[in-house]
Design a protein around this ligand. Structure first.
Ligand SMILES: [Zn+2]
Length: 638
C-alpha cells in the first residue's frame, strides 16, 4: 500500500499545503478562458497595450539594454494590478458570486489568502487557482504536456535557471522566448533573462515542481562534461579504471553517461555514437536517420565513458581490441528503453554505438506509422489470414521490423502461439516467444525455424529471409497452415517474388504461399512548426517526382510544403518520420505470372492494373498532404 501511495499521490496534490503540484496545472479541469482574453475591467496600465501577456521589461527589441534603468518604471506597469482574484474566478465559472461573497467574509475573519483558502476548502481546484492567477497576471500557464524544446536549454545557463526558477521552453514565431517560471511576476528576473538570452521574454506560469522537472530534463550536456573535467582533477592522466567501475550514481562519468542517454531518449534519437578521435571523444545522436554532433568529451575521459557504457551492457571492459556487443534494459523518464551496445576498435580507441529501442514506439499502431487507409486495409487483410506468407521488403532502416511488430501486436492474443526468430531481437514483446539467432551456437535462421515448427506455432515471424534454406522452410510452412511474417531485402514489392525464385524456391510454391508483399521506405516528416507552403506548376511536380502519370484532379499550380528549420527541429526542417508504402496483394493473375517466370516489372505492372500504388505514388500523396517534401521523397524512394 505505501508503495502505491508513493507512486500516485504526489501527482494528485492530495496535501493541501503543497504549492502547485504538477498535476494541478494539467489540463484536466474545465478550460479556463485563455489568458489573452483580457477582462473588460482591465485597469489603466494595461489598457494602452494590445491584449496579451505583458511584454518584457525594457526597451523595444533591437535596442541594446540600458543597464540599471529599465527595471523600475516599466516594471510597475508590467504587473497589472488586474481584477481581483475572486472576480476572475467568478468570471471563469469556478465560483458563484454568492460563494465568493461568503468566502471573502470568512477570509476577512481568518486573514488567509483567498485563493489558498478556497483550495483548502475544496471550493476550487489548484488548477483553477493557477489559471486564475495567470489570467490575473496576464500570463499563460505552462503544462508539461505542451512539450519543451530541448535545444533552448543552452540559452539560460543552469545556475541562472535555478536562481530565477525559470526554464526556456519554446520560441514564439516572432522570436520571443517562452519561459516557464515559478514566479512570472518577478520583473527583475525577466529583465535579467532578457539580457542573458538576447530574446524578448514571455513568461509562463509553472509550479515549482514543474520547474524542477524541467531543470532535470534540460541540464546541459556540456555542463555535465565541464563538471566532470573539474571533478576528475586537472591533470592529464587517464582516469583510473577503478574509478569508473565504481557504479555509484553520483560518480561523474556515470552522471555523464546517464545524461547522454536521457537526452538521447528525449530527442527521440535512435542511436548514440561515441567516437574516439585524436584529441577527444565526439558524441553524436542519430535523429530521424540523420547524425548530429551533440558534445565532445576530452580524450582523457574517453576511456572512462567507454568503460562505463561497457559495464552497463555487461561487456568485458579489459577487452578493447575485439568488437563486442551486448544489451541493457533501462527506464528513462518512465519509459522502458532497451539499449543495444556494440563496440568497434578503431585507431583512436573503441568506438561505441548504442541503439535505443523505445518500447513505446512498437506500440505505435500501424495507422500512426503513416499508412494510407486503403493500404493498411490491404496489409491487414493479408496478415489476418490464417495461413500464408506476408513479406515486408525494403532496405536496411526502412522500418520493416516496426511494421511487422505492429502486425504482431495486432495478432497477439492468448489463443495463438506466436514464435519469432530474429537477429537481433529488437523489441521484446509480452506474450510472444522470441528466439535470438546465434550462429556460434549453431542457431541460424534456418535451424531456429526448423525447431520453431516443431513447437506447434500458429504464427511465425522471421527476422529476415536471407538464405535458400530459410526461404524454403518459410514458404513450406506458409503452405502447411502457418501464418508466416518475414522481411526480405528487395527494392520493391514485386521484386520479392523474383528474389525467392533466385534463392532457389520453386516459383509455383512461392506463388501460392505468398499472400501479400509490403514494400516500404521512411521519409522525414516536415516540422509542422516551420514548414512553408509553396505553389509549384504541375509540370514541375511531375518531373520532380518522376511519375509518368499524376493522380487526376490536381489543381495547377499545386500546393506543396518546403522545409524551413526552427528551434524545434534543430534547424533541419524535419521532425519524425513517415512511412511510404507499396502493397501488393497476390492475385491469380500475378500467381500465373510468377509461375511462368515473369520479371519483377511484369508482375508490378499487373499489380498496378489491379490498383497497387507504387512507392513513388504513395510518396507523392504524402507530399500533397503536406507530410513531407518532394526532396525527401526523391531521396527516400529515388
Ligand atoms: Zn521546425
Amino acid at each position: 500500500m505505501p508503495l502505491f501511495a508513493k507512486s500516485s499521490t504526489p501527482r494528485q496534490g492530495g496535501s493541501t499545503g503543497a504549492p502547485l503540484p504538477p498535476a494541478a496545472l494539467a489540463p484536466a479541469a474545465p478550460p479556463a478562458p485563455a489568458p489573452v482574453a483580457r477582462p473588460p475591467a482591465a485597469p489603466a496600465p494595461a489598457a494602452g497595450r494590445p491584449a496579451g501577456p505583458p511584454r518584457p521589461v525594457g526597451p523595444p527589441p533591437g535596442t541594446p539594454p540600458v543597464v540599471g534603468v529599465p527595471a523600475l518604471r516599466p516594471g510597475v506597469a508590467r504587473i497589472p494590478r488586474g481584477e481581483p482574484l475572486g472576480q476572475v474566478l467568478v468570471r471563469m465559472g469556478a465560483l458563484s458570486v454568492e460563494d465568493l461573497e461568503a468566502a471573502m467574509a470568512r477570509q476577512k475573519a481568518d486573514g488567509r489568502k483567498l485563493g489558498e483558502m478556497l483550495v483548502a476548502e475544496e471550493r476550487i481546484t489548484r488548477d483553477q487557482l493557477a489559471r486564475a492567477m495567470a489570467v490575473r497576471m496576464g500570463v499563460g500557464v505552462f503544462t508539461l504536456g505542451d512539450g519543451v524544446d530541448p535545444s533552448l536549454g543552452r540559452l539560460i545557463d543552469e545556475k541562472s535557471a535555478r536562481r530565477y526558477q525559470a526554464v526556456p521552453v519554446r520560441l514564439d514565431p516572432d522570436g520571443r522566448l517562452l519561459v516557464a517560471m515559478a514566479d512570472p511576476s518577478n520583473v527583475f528576473a525577466i529583465d535579467d533573462l532578457r539580457i542573458l538570452t538576447r530574446h524578448e521574454i514571455r513568461p509562463l506560469l509553472a509550479s515549482p515542481e514543474e520547474i524542477q522537472t524541467l531543470l532535470g530534463q534540460t541540464s546541459r550536456l556540456d555542463a555535465v562534461v565541464a563538471d566532470l573535467v573539474q571533478e576528475s582533477g586537472g591533470d592529464d592522466t587517464p582516469l583510473d579504471q577503478a574509478d569508473i567501475s565504481d557504479a555509484s550514481d553520483d560518480a561523474p562519468v556515470v552522471r555523464l553517461v546517464n545524461s547522454l542517454i536521457a537526452r538521447a531518449a528525449e530527442e527521440r534519437a535512435s542511436d548514440i555514437h561515441f567516437e574516439p578521435q585524436a584529441k577527444e571523444m565526439v558524441v553524436r545522436f542519430r535523429v530521424d536517420g540523420v547524425l548530429r554532433t551533440v558534445t565532445s568529451v576530452p580524450y582523457r575521459l574517453a576511456v572512462g565513458v567507454a568503460s562505463r557504457v561497457k559495464i552497463m551492457a555487461d561487456l568485458d571492459i579489459s577487452e578493447r581490441r575485439a568488437p563486442q556487443d551486448g544489451r541493457v534494459g533501462l527506464t528513462v523518464a518512465g519509459r522502458p528503453l532497451d539499449l543495444r551496445v556494440a563496440t568497434l576498435p578503431t585507431v583512436y580507441g573503441e568506438k561505441i554505438v548504442m541503439r535505443l529501442l523505445d518500447k513505446s514506439n512498437v506500440m505505435l499502431t500501424l495507422a500512426e506509422l503513416g499508412f494510407a487507409k486503403d493500404v493498411l486495409a490491404k496489409f491487414e487483410a493479408c496478415y489476418r489470414r490464417p495461413y500464408g506468407a506476408v513479406l515486408v521488403t525494403g532496405p536496411t532502416g526502412s522500418g520493416k521490423s516496426t511494421s511487422l511488430y505492429g502486425a504482431l501486436n495486432q495478432l497477439n492474443s492468448t489463443d495463438k502461439n506466436i514464435i519469432t526468430v530474429e537477429d537481433p531481437v529488437e523489441y521484446r514483446l509480452a506474450g510472444i516467444n522470441q528466439v535470438q539467432v546465434n550462429p556460434k551456437a549453431g542457431l541460424t535462421f534456418a535451424a531456429g525455424l526448423r525447431s520453431i515448427l516443431r513447437c506447434d506455432p500458429d504464427i511465425v515471424m522471421i527476422g529476415e529471409i536471407r538464405d535458400k534454406e530459410t526461404a524454403q522452410i518459410a514458404v513450406e510452412s506458409a503452405l502447411t497452415g502457418h501464418l508466416v511474417l518475414a522481411t526480405i531485402h528487395t527494392n520493391d514489392a514485386a521484386g520479392a517474388l523474383t528474389r525467392l525464385t533466385e534463392m532457389g524456391v520453386e516459383p509455383f510454391l512461392s506463388a501460392s504461399a505468398v499472400a501479400g508483399i509490403l514494400a516500404q521506405r521512411l521519409a522525414r516528416r516536415l516540422c509542422s512548426h516551420c514548414k512553408q507552403e509553396a505553389m509549384i506548376p504541375l509540370a514541375t511536380l511531375k518531373e520532380l517526382v518522376d511519375l509518368s502519370v499524376l493522380p487526376p484532379g490536381l489543381p495547377d499550380p499545386v500546393s506543396v510544403y518546403r522545409p524551413v528549420g526552427c528551434a524545434r527541429c534543430q534547424d533541419t526542417g524535419y521532425r519524425g518520420r513517415v512511412g511510404v508504402y507499396e502493397m501488393l496483394v497476390m492475385s491469380e493473375a500475378m500467381e500465373r505470372l510468377t509461375v511462368a517466370g515473369a520479371s519483377g516489372e511484369e508482375i508490378a505492372r499487373q499489380a498496378r492494373r489491379e490498383g497497387m500504388r507504387t512507392l513513388r505514388e504513395d510518396g507523392l500523396l504524402k507530399v500533397l498532404s503536406g507530410h513531407t517534401s518532394i526532396e525527401e521523397i526523391a531521396l527516400a524512394v529515388g
